[in-house]
Design a protein around this ligand. Sequence first.
Ligand code: NAD
Length: 417
Amino acid sequence: MYTTGDGDNDARSSHAFFLKRACDRLGYGAQEYEILLNPSREIRVELPLRRDDGGLSVFTGYRVQHHNARGPYKGGLRYHPETDMQDMRALACLMSLKTALVNIPFGGAKGGINCDSSMLSERELESLTRRLTSKIHRNIGPNTDIPAPDVGTNAKIMAWISDEYSKIYGFTPAAVTGKPIDLGGSLGREDATGRGVAIVIREYAKHRAEALEGKTAVIQGFGNVGRHAAHCLAELGVKIVGISDTRGGVHNDNGLAVDPLLAHKSATGEVAGFEQGQPIDGQALLELACDYLVPAALGDVVTAENAPRLQARVVVEAANAPVTHEADLYLENAGIPVLPDILANAGGVIASYFEWVQNLQQFPWTLEEVHGRLAQKLEHAVAEVMALATGQGCSLRDAGYMIATRRLKDALWMSGP
Ligand code: NAD
């Protein structure tokens, strides 16, 4: 046992705290909780890399496979200097809960390398990715474990994994998702997580009979998830009043135009300095008054320390685990709803499921089919979560965790724990 979540102050165990609460509500005992919490397998590999300047660096690669009772392990690969086993465990567990909540036939996994991909040349990045694949290929595959992009990784990196895997096993596009379209990727996968965030907000507002037009959003992170969420929310009439990345933020009470901001970021590498907004520090951005605060970067950014200063009406977890369990308790007591990560950012894994299905059948779908089915899945999941939360008088997180935990436990117990 590595953590119980009880009295554990490490914010990276928030999922354990929420899982424990769901188990208690469902009447599951300590053994069930332990089995649901702990991963089935943890892989750690050494990754030596010959640098462009002739030097040698050694990185560590991880893959944590949480549970596969409902289908193959599924989850992203994160390239970030702070990647470690504990992070991977937490994120892998979240994946099992997410796939169960949106009811797709996958388990959960997460992996990555403790590197800063922005500090590596393209050749170094490719070499490191192929080295990781060569070390874990026996443990991944279309019916085993299917990686996808996450922080610091993208379609190009998925293409290298697919190529390295196919050298050993023959053409196997379903072994990894989030690939470029020409290599078996799905239309609509690239922006699916951000699009899903917007759909979840739209459905939430619809259930509460609230209009979205003219509402405001603040988004932390302007990478894959943040930028597509910004785009899709703007299409729904939501005013984006603040956006940040690692180097700082910009805000404008009258709204930031997303396309010009994207062009500015592409040209300068940062959102700071955008002429149509005022500069703002990344921490202060989280505390701006808005309807929807959308953390779309890394975990543990809303904490017990800053939660009392938030001025958002609703917090939407586009990132994985951006709200610590202490902050979550504070927000619940303060009457600020949190749309939990396992629902809010599930659009990405749903579209990955669609990509996998298309690869297995070698039968590509149209963009309209992907968008339609993505919306259908998320609309259903939001309706289920909101109905249970209303029925039980509990938070949206507790409702989401209960639905997911019950599905995961039923599958595990039916197949023999
Ligand atoms: P990404 O690498 O494309 O972008 C991350 C962004 O966050 C970058 O703009 C970076 O500058 C910014 N950032 C990092 N630290 C920051 C900080 N302290 N303050 C402000 N901005 C900061 O990653 P992504 O794929 O967009 O993933 C973002 C989050 O969404 C992660 O938590 C990831 O696990 C989660 N997620 C991603 C997907 C997906 O399909 N990519 C799916 C589900 C969940």
